[in-house]
Design a protein around this ligand. Structure first.
Ligand SMILES: CC(C)(COP(=O)(O)OP(=O)(O)OC[C@H]1O[C@@H](n2cnc3c(N)ncnc32)[C@H](O)[C@@H]1OP(=O)(O)O)[C@@H](O)C(=O)NCCC(=O)NCCS
Length: 163
């Protein structure tokens, strides 16, 4: 099988007329990122005047509670490439662009979060130089089932039996 050619997409800043293209890739992008959009930097991959991918990063609003001593940091908030344009190196170029922009803006460090099973995105991030820093566990309780926590009486009975 021949490897598809690397894309010649041109990376450039977002323009308002790209909004419809971005919504075709990620319909809730502007809703989900309203809080990040103002201070962030949005770069698109342009093919023939259409935005086929984008990366959004920006300054974080809080100290890095997961990395003591870090007070100023950038966060990569979003990375998306339209399925028809994936596997041509656009994702990697966008991540590298975001890293370069954050460095040029004087940020000492950039973080991002990604689902553990999103292997494709993780490989792109790692190729760009990111390394896993810490893991966050997702917990769940099924609220339709009867309480899964021991009842108070059971707990007391267990305690008194142990005395
Ligand atoms: C994650 C995502 C942005 C990657 O974008 P992409 O443009 O496909 O990324 P790249 O092309 O740089 O790399 C993807 C693969 O293509 C390969 N590739 C790069 N250039 C290539 C080329 N010219 N020919 C063939 N393959 C190529 C890479 O080696 C990589 O392979 P791997 O998956 O085996 O590691 C894209 O899959 C996406 O939008 N996913 C949905 C949204 C998402 O998960 N975002 C991340 C949330 S944190």
């Amino acid at each position: 099988m021949t490897r598809p050619k690397a894309s010649r997409a041109r990376l450039r800043p977002f323009r308002v007329r790209d909004a419809a293209d971005l919504c075709r890739i990620y319909p809730m992008f502007f809703v989900d990122n309203a809080v990040h959009f103002g201070g962030g930097q949005l770069t698109v991959a342009d093919v023939g005047g259409c935005a086929v991918g984008f990366v959004l990063w920006g300054p974080a609003f809080e100290p890095a509670w997961f990395d003591r001593g870090v007070t100023r940091w950038a966060e990569l908030n979003e990375l998306h490439v339209h399925p028809d344009f994936q596997n041509r190196g656009i994702g990697l170029r966008l991540v590298r662009a975001a890293i370069g922009q954050a460095r040029a803006a004087g940020f000492p460090v950039m973080y991002l979060m990604v689902e553990a099973d999103n292997g494709k995105a993780r490989r792109v991030y790692e190729r760009a130089g990111f390394r896993e820093h810490n893991r966050i566990a997702r917990y769940k309780v099924d609220l339709q089932k009867k309480s899964q926590t021991p009842r108070l009486a059971e707990t007391r009975a267990r305690r008194s039996a142990a005395l």
